[in-house]
Structure formats: structure tokens, C-alpha cells
Design a protein around this ligand. Structure first.
Ligand SMILES: N[C@@H](CCC(=O)NCCCC(=O)O)C(=O)O
Length: 262
């Protein structure tokens, strides 16, 4: 059995009648298939009706995806977003409790961009809503004029990894260049999270759940965009894959499967 990897969906209007659809970028499905060696399992943004504990019981690993939408500020006691800032309360209702259920079970967790923000909020942290407006901070958002060009996902700035940290061990480096597609960021770090990387302006770029039973990492950038060409991005998914295979094997009472590429 390949590990079953849950991938969080957004709810998005689609088609001629703009009906709500559960959506996830193909990049996540491809990286689970090609690098993680898992079965991609889309977790719908079905709001309060979701059997979150049931999903956490079923999966061997969880990827929380990025999204243009933002965590509703009521979840962290922040001021409401200005009109027009996208939210996805049906996703929040799934992902926030799912983070806690996954960590409680030792389900390996890789939280990407909005996903890392969800990890922080789910564990009691807060977010800044437009870090580019804060003194001394750089603009981490996607330039809109490049919205559909290759530059959108190109490396945008450096991050410094915590010396001796888990992420530095995974990628074998203490500095990385990363892409950057976000406006929001960690304000107050949740209890139980440790910082694994920061940008030159102090923005928290990666976190880890301290003492988690399994792999539990959040990154504010998008390793899924360049896993085919970037060794550090690939290394993050390979470390997640190893943890997912171990979790799957432990649950089924087997020795972990090896990747076909090994
Ligand atoms: N909306 C949040 C989270 C940003 C994020 O996850 N961006 C990914 C967008 C997907 C893409 O453009 O490919 C924020 O703005 O901080």
C-alpha cells in the first residue's frame, strides 16, 4: 500500500453557473504522485459537516496547501479583513481542527503558505494581514502584473535557516532562496511552534511543531512549484514522504515501503 496523503482543498466557484467546487492545484497532486510516492486524497472544504477526526484517522500524511484566500481573522482575534479580501470559511472549518487532530495522532504534516498560517492559528498564534505595510518589512506578495508568467513563482528572497534545526538538516544548508506569494504572515508564534527559518526582514518563513510525534513542518514558500528542479524543495517532500511511509507502516504493522527510486 502507498501512503494515503490528504491534500486540503479550497472551495471555488467554477463553470458557467459558478457552482462551488472543491479545488486543489495540480502541483500538489503531482508532487504527491511523483516524489512522495503516495496516493493523493483530496480533503474537501466541506465546512462544519466534515468528519475531521475521520479524515485524520484515514490518512498517512497531510499537506495543507497555499491559497489566495485567507484565514478568517475571528479565528485568531484579529480585526476583520477589508471588503474584497478573499476568505474561505468552509476551508477554515476543516483545516484548523484537522491540524490539531493530525498532530494528536502523529500524522506527518507539511503546511505550505496558507497552510503554515493555518498551523499557527490552529495552535493559538496570530497573523499579520499585510506584512508589506509594516515598518521595515519587504513585500512578500505576488506582483500582479506577473500573475500568469514564469516570474510569479521564481525565487524572490533569501531565508536563513535555524542553525542545527530540523529544516537545515533536511536540506543540508543554512540559507535558501525561496519564492514568495503571500501578504499575510505569522505575527504571534503559537505556543508549541519553533522557528525554523526567517527572511532578512524578520518574517517567519518556516516553523516546526516542537516535540511532535511525527514530521510537522510549515513553510511560507512553495516547494511544490519547483520540486523538479530545486534540490531543497525536493528534499522537503522526500523527508515528508519518509515520515508518511513510516506512519503508514506503523499503522498497518508492517516494515516501511521503500521508494521506487531508492
Ligand atoms: N492568502 C494568504 C496565503 C498565501 C498563499 O497561500 N498563496 C498561495 C497562492 C497560490 C498561488 O498563487 O499559486 C496570504 O496572502 O498570505
Amino acid at each position: 500500500m502507498k501512503p494515503l496523503i490528504g491534500i486540503s482543498c479550497c472551495i471555488k466557484p467554477f463553470g458557467p453557473y459558478q457552482r462551488p467546487n472543491h479545488a486543489v492545484s495540480d502541483t500538489y497532486v503531482r508532487v504527491v504522485d511523483l516524489v512522495v510516492g503516495g496516493l493523493p486524497c483530496l480533503i474537501p472544504a466541506m465546512g462544519e459537516r466534515a468528519d475531521v477526526a475521520g479524515f485524520a484517522d484515514a490518512i498517512d500524511g497531510l499537506i495543507l496547501t497555499g491559497s489566495p484566500s485567507n484565514v478568517r481573522p475571528s479565528h485568531y482575534g484579529g480585526p476583520p479583513h477589508p471588503a474584497g479580501v478573499p476568505e474561505d470559511p468552509a476551508r477554515d472549518a476543516v483545516t484548523l481542527p484537522l491540524v490539531r487532530e493530525a498532530i494528536a495522532r502523529g500524522v506527518p504534516l507539511l503546511a505550505i503558505c496558507r497552510g503554515m498560517q493555518e498551523l499557527n492559528v490552529a495552535l493559538g498564534g496570530t497573523l499579520d494581514q499585510r506584512i508589506q505595510d509594516l515598518p521595515g518589512r519587504i513585500d512578500h506578495s505576488t506582483p500582479t502584473e506577473q500573475a500568469f508568467g514564469p516570474v510569479r513563482t521564481a525565487k524572490a528572497h533569501a531565508v536563513r535557516l535555524a542553525p542545527g534545526g530540523a529544516l537545515a538538516a533536511i536540506v543540508g544548508r543554512e540559507e535558501l532562496a525561496v519564492n514568495s506569494l503571500h501578504n499575510q504572515g505569522v505575527a504571534r508564534l503559537a505556543p508549541g511552534l519553533v522557528v525554523e527559518a526567517t527572511a532578512p526582514d524578520g518574517t517567519i518563513e518556516a516553523v516546526r511543531v516542537a516535540g511532535a510525534a511525527g514530521f510537522a513542518l510549515g513553510v511560507q514558500w512553495h516547494p511544490e512549484y519547483d520540486f523538479e528542479t530545486d534540490s531543497a524543495s525536493r528534499a522537503i517532500f522526500l523527508a515528508f514522504a519518509e515520515a508518511a511511509r513510516r506512519h503508514a507502516a506503523a499503522r498497518r504493522g508492517e516494515a516501511p515501503r521503500r521508494l521506487a527510486a531508492e
